[in-house]
Design a protein around this ligand. Structure first.
Ligand code: GLU
Length: 294
């Protein structure tokens, strides 16, 4: 697919999402998880369940191009996280089924068995590692600030007294509070809401991962990244705590994906062609990621 087609699809996806939100349908996971198991007894070991069902249920973002977003023409979810999810499913010999997992419900979704795996722009952190397990890092993002072109926001210090958007359940809920304590922090459920708020002038900046902000710039070129990198955010696949057999299989699948060229191809398709920045698959280990992450 040509990049102009992809850009158009991303823009259309977000317009469709905005319409859903406006219609009061939310855009959270509730409408997409109707057939997923939830609540009640502790879930069976993931690999047994996945093999028995012939499918792996993967939680991804639905409104975050270019990592996880719904293509309104086809109804399919697409993006860097989605492609990795398809590769893991293929490696396990089962079909992937994607459900929407926003930042605030992705860990509960793993814990209650709604999903088997999370690939939802999720940073590996020590705190999260207490609740769930992670794969080895599969992508390294950086925290940045997004502002409207021509604004006088050039870094963290300029956020004082200004309305700033980020998302509930994200690392930036803490980062902004700690590093820009005088900002007027607006916490919302989804990144598409942050985009809407900066577009209608309700906030003056959005703080989150560079790749998510790049997705916003692809949709609206009146926005730009400002200032330096704020944080390093190694992404990991989230798994239920203590499911070591499944963790090993997921790590093997990710290793192969990084080594055989599929990682580079996906990076170029979803990130590199927009940013012009070249990147290799991460070599950072899970232990290093836990030490380094915010
Ligand atoms: N990577 C950050 C996090 O996991 C921000 C992106 C997100 O909210 O998914 O919190």
């Amino acid at each position: 697919m040509r990049s102009t087609d992809r850009l158009r699809q991303m823009a259309v996806a977000l317009i469709a999402l905005a319409a859903l939100v406006a219609a009061g349908c939310g855009g959270t996971a509730t409408e997409t998880t109707d057939t997923a198991a939830s609540g009640g007894e502790a879930p069976a070991a993931s690999l047994d369940r996945i093999e028995e069902n012939g499918e792996i249920v993967i939680g991804v973002k639905y409104d975050v191009p270019p990592f996880g977003f719904r293509n309104p023409d086809t109804g399919d979810v697409e993006g860097f996280d989605v492609e990795l999810g398809r590769a893991i499913a293929e490696d396990l010999g089962v079909e992937p089924r994607f459900v929407e997992a926003i930042s605030d419900n992705r860990i509960p979704f793993l814990q209650d068995g709604t999903v088997d795996l999370i690939l939802s722009t999720m940073t590996i952190t020590g705190e999260r590692d207490q609740e769930i397990d992670f794969s080895e890092p599969y992508y390294i993002a950086n925290g940045r600030i997004l502002a409207t072109k021509g604004s006088d926001i050039a870094g963290l210090d300029d956020l004082a007294g200004r309305p700033v958007c980020t998302v509930l359940g994200s690392t930036y809920a803490d980062t902004v509070e700690e590093r820009a304590p005088d900002a007027d922090l607006q916490l919302v459920d989804t990144y598409s809401e942050c985009l809407e708020l900066i577009q209608n002038g309700s906030v003056e900046a959005v703080v989150t991962d560079d790749v998510i902000l790049t997705g916003m710039i692809i949709q609206d070129d009146s926005l730009e990244l400002v200032g330096d990198d704020l944080t390093t955010e190694p992404y990991g696949a989230g798994l239920r705590d203590g499911d070591t057999e499944f963790q090993k299989r997921v790590n093997e699948a990710i290793d192969e994906y990084k080594e055989d060229g599929r990682w580079e191809a996906s990076y170029e398709e979803w990130v590199g062609q927009y940013t012009g920045i070249e990147q290799q698959p991460p070599t950072m280990t899970l232990k290093e990621a836990i030490k380094l992450a915010p």
